[in-house]
Every structure is written in structure tokens, then in C-alpha cells.
Design a protein around this ligand. Structure first.
Ligand code: CAP
Ligand code: MG
Length: 435
């Protein structure tokens, strides 16, 4: 009987990828399939194939474009993709293949895109971020080894008027925090109009800079319903003197993020990437996309800093995952870790900064910094500042004091003896790990 499918033509254990994109997948085959039949389907459906043979197609030419499942170990498969498959510089088109239809294929019970290895000839179409890991130095003029950018999101998430928002921002700035941040769901609501908020926070920033002599900025959320409005919002933030803007990168989608990255480079701005909705497909360890594959992708697009977890805070993310996320953003070169990541050289793509946020408060900061173990990063402490028993200014002071203690290698409890705001924070939260 004539063959009805050609899936096994996409399996070649002798193949040695050269100058190709390689993806690492975790997979579980449909109960009626062998692993080989399943990986043939993954490679086929993510490149040129379909469910049946196509007698009229130019087989030899199409075969050259076909992906190849070339390495299989346990439930992991490595698949290589000829570069001609991919539109130069287009992340949406890349993911239409490597995380498109295959995620819904019957041939696999579960499928997770664990990592993507980009060759130099693919990376050359990406510029990476404008500031990346240099932001603490270039924007905030921070010196010395441990350069931590501090930020506070105004809480509750929504409900303040832009006037109240800016008044809180001023207190947070005065307390010593570098940046105030919009929450991921604050954009342009009736009670807090985007433009009004930008104008007022800019005034608060200028006032605080004059009073403190410190450089202040803000992660204002430019997430918008259309690219046109996104562009207008970025320009408006830029025109009010901010170095940053924030965008919900997953909710906005790859095209919007690539557009924002281009604008950020044009305006010489840094992008704060919030990852809300990522857990829809990163949390399940058997199905979806790993956060570090996503983080790596946002880095090459040009996101300067991205939320990637705290281990200690209120949102999920085990230590080895958060460290894999950190490395995907911050490392220059990565060695492979079986079942976690492939080797990766980032060449000209600047390191980006991890953002640790979610359930943080002063009592957790030294341990957080020890877990991350790097000299530059961003922390965001929202409830852990706004919830301080002595108010917002004291909350900001307590965060600054906890960082000072860490830098000087002094235990928080010791440092708190001579720093009342930290003492009050420890009295309320201690070293609580919120759930
Ligand atoms: C944190 C936060 C951030 C989360 C996002 C919130 O506030 O503003 O959105 O950190 O999660 O809305 O929960 P708190 P992640 O500081 O008050 O917890 O950083 O994991 O993407
Ligand atoms: Mg938030």
C-alpha cells in the first residue's frame, strides 16, 4: 500500500546541525505512537510537513527545508531547522513554527518548547537592547560592584487618581527608591488617565530629583490596544523626559514588542518588560514554553529588563528555573544543561537585566540577592513598601536600608537596631515568604 504519511522522513539521527536553529522539546507521545513517530510529527508540523504524503510536491526541494529530529533522549528531542524557513528578524513567524500548531497536535499528549538555540546568522538580524545591563550605570550613575535598580509599583494595583498616584510616587522617590512602576493592568482608565499620569509623575520625578540629588525614573505602562496608540504612548513618555517605558510583553505580543524595541532604540530608551499571562504556558513543566526560552527571545528582541521571578516571593518559580531565566537574560555565553537548555553564544546581543518582583519586602532582599548572585539587577517591591506600618516613605527607606545592610554584609536584624524603618518592616513581615 502506498505510504500515506512521511513523518519518519523528518527523523535523522545522523544529522549534524550546521548554522541552523535548534529547538529542545520535552514531549509525551500519543499512546498509539512510538517516540520516533511522535518526533517525526513535531519536526514535520513545525516546518514543512502535513499529515499525509503529497505526491505532486517537488520532494527534493522541500526536503531541504524540512526540520530534522536528530537527537532523542528520554522524553527530550532536539530538532534542527534550516535558516531559510525563517523570515529574517521576525519572532512572530519563528514561533508560528516552533510553538505553533505542534502545541495542539494529537500526536503528542504534552509538548514543551524548553529552549531555542539561535545561530549567529540568525541573531545578526536582531540588535538587542539599547541599555541592557548598563542601565544602572548609564541611567542612574550607580557605581561600585553591586548596582541594584530599585522600583516600587503603586498598590493597590488600580483605583488611585493620577494625582494620588503621583503624590505616592513623590513619597516613594523621597524615600530613596529609583523608579515608580505602573501595575501591569494600569494603562488609561477613567480614574487614572495615561497622559495625566505621565505629566504628574514627571513633575514628581523632577521635584524628587531636586530634593534628593538622586536620579529618578519610572516604568510607565504603554501597553495599548493598537500599535498606533502604543507608538503615541511611547513618544509621550519619551517627550516627558523618562528613560524607560514599561510594556506587558506577553499580552502585547511579539509584533508589538518588536515595534516597541525599535522605538526604544530610536528614542534611546530602556524597556521594562512585564510578563503578565506568561504562566498560562510557562508554568506547566510538561506543556507550553519555558520562561527561559521566552526570556532569551525577549532579550534578543531588545527588552532591557524582564520580570523572571524571585523564588522567595508570592509567585511560582523554583530556584533552578529562576536561575535559568536569569542566565537567559544576563549571560554572554551559556553551556548546555541536559533537559534544561542548549548551548548559546549571544555574540553582539547585550545582556539584559532580570527583574525580581512579587511578594518581596525588606526581610527577603539579602537572600534574594544571594540567590541571584549577580552584580546588576532590578528589584520591584510594591506591597513591601506601600504596606509598611509607618507609611510609604518609611517603606521606601526600609528597602534602601536592607540593601545597604546587604552591601555591607551586616545582618538585617543588626542593621535594624540603628535604622527604625527597617526595624518596623521586620516587625511586620520578618522573613515571611508570602504564598
Ligand atoms: C508585584 C506585582 C508584579 C508581579 C509580577 C503584582 O507586586 O506588581 O506584577 O511581581 O509577577 O502585581 O503582583 P508586589 P512576576 O511587589 O506587591 O508583590 O514578577 O513574577 O512576573
Ligand atoms: Mg503587578
Amino acid at each position: 500500500m502506498a505510504k500515506i504519511d512521511w513523518y519518519l522522513d523528518f527523523v535523522d539521527f545522523k544529522h549534524k546541525p550546521k548554522d541552523e536553529i535548534v529547538c529542545l522539546f520535552y514531549f509525551e507521545p500519543h499512546k498509539s505512537l512510538t517516540k520516533k513517530e511522535a518526533i517525526g510529527r513535531i519536526a514535520s508540523e513545525s516546518s514543512v510537513g502535513t499529515w499525509t504524503t503529497l505526491p505532486s510536491m517537488p520532494y527534493e526541494r522541500i526536503k531541504k527545508l524540512a526540520a530534522k529530529a536528530f537527537k532523542l533522549y528520554g522524553n527530550f528531542v532536539e530538532v534542527s531547522y534550516p535558516l531559510e524557513l525563517w523570515e529574517k528578524g521576525s519572532i512572530p513567524q519563528l514561533f508560528s513554527g516552533i510553538a505553533g500548531n505542534i502545541m495542539g497536535m494529537k500526536g503528542v499528549k504534552n509538548l514543551r518548547l524548553v529552549d531555542v538555540q539561535f545561530p549567529r546568522s540568525y541573531l545578526k538580524y536582531f540588535k538587542g537592547s539599547y541599555y541592557g545591563r548598563d542601565a544602572p550605570k548609564r541611567i542612574f550613575k550607580k557605581k561600585g560592584k553591586k548596582k541594584i535598580i530599585t522600583s516600587t509599583v503603586i498598590k493597590p494595583k488600580l483605583g488611585y487618581t493620577s494625582k494620588e498616584h503621583a503624590e505616592l510616587a513623590l513619597e516613594i522617590y523621597r524615600g530613596g527608591i529609583d523608579c515608580v512602576k505602573d501595575d501591569e493592568n494600569l494603562t488609561d482608565q477613567s480614574f487614572n488617565r495615561f497622559k495625566e499620569r505621565v505629566r504628574r509623575v514627571a513633575k514628581a520625578r523632577d521635584k524628587a530629583e531636586k530634593e534628593t540629588g538622586e536620579i529618578k525614573d519610572a516604568f510607565i505602562n504603554v501597553t495599548a490596544p493598537t500599535l498606533k496608540q502604543l507608538e503615541e504612548r511611547i513618544k509621550f513618555v519619551h517627550d516627558h523626559g523618562f528613560n524607560y517605558f514599561m510594556i506587558d510583553v506577553v499580552l502585547s505580543g511579539f509584533t508589538a514588542v518588536q515595534t516597541a524595541c525599535e522605538l526604544a532604540r530610536d528614542y534611546k530608551m530602556a524597556i521594562h518588560g512585564h510578563r503578565a499571562m506568561h504562566a498560562t504556558f510557562t508554568r506547566n513543566k510538561k506543556h507550553g514554553i519555558s520562561m527561559w526560552a521566552l526570556a532569551k527571545t525577549f532579550r534578543i528582541m531588545g527588552v532591557d529588563q524582564l520580570h523572571v521571578g524571585t523564588v522567595l516571593g508570592k509567585l511560582e518559580g523554583k530556584k533552578e528555573e529562576v536561575l535559568a531565566n536569569r542566565d537567559a537574560l544576563y549571560a554572554k555565553k551559556l553551556k548546555p544543561i541536559k533537559g534544561i537548555r542548549l548551548a548559546q553564544d549571544f555574540y553582539h546581543i547585550k545582556p539584559s537585566l532580570p527583574v525580581a518582583s512579587g511578594g518581596l519586602h525588606p526581610g527577603l532582599l539579602p537572600k534574594l540577592f544571594d540567590i541571584y548572585g549577580i552584580d546588576e539587577m532590578v528589584i520591584q517591591v510594591g506591597g513591601g513598601v506601600l504596606g509598611h506600618p509607618k507609611g510609604v516613605f518609611a517603606g521606601a527607606r526600609a528597602v534602601v536600608q536592607a540593601i545597604e545592610a546587604w552591601k555591607e554584609g551586616i545582618k538585617l536584624e543588626e542593621y535594624a537596631k540603628s535604622h527604625k524603618e527597617l526595624r518596623e518592616a521586620l516587625k511586620k513581615w520578618g522573613h515571611l515568604r508570602p504564598v
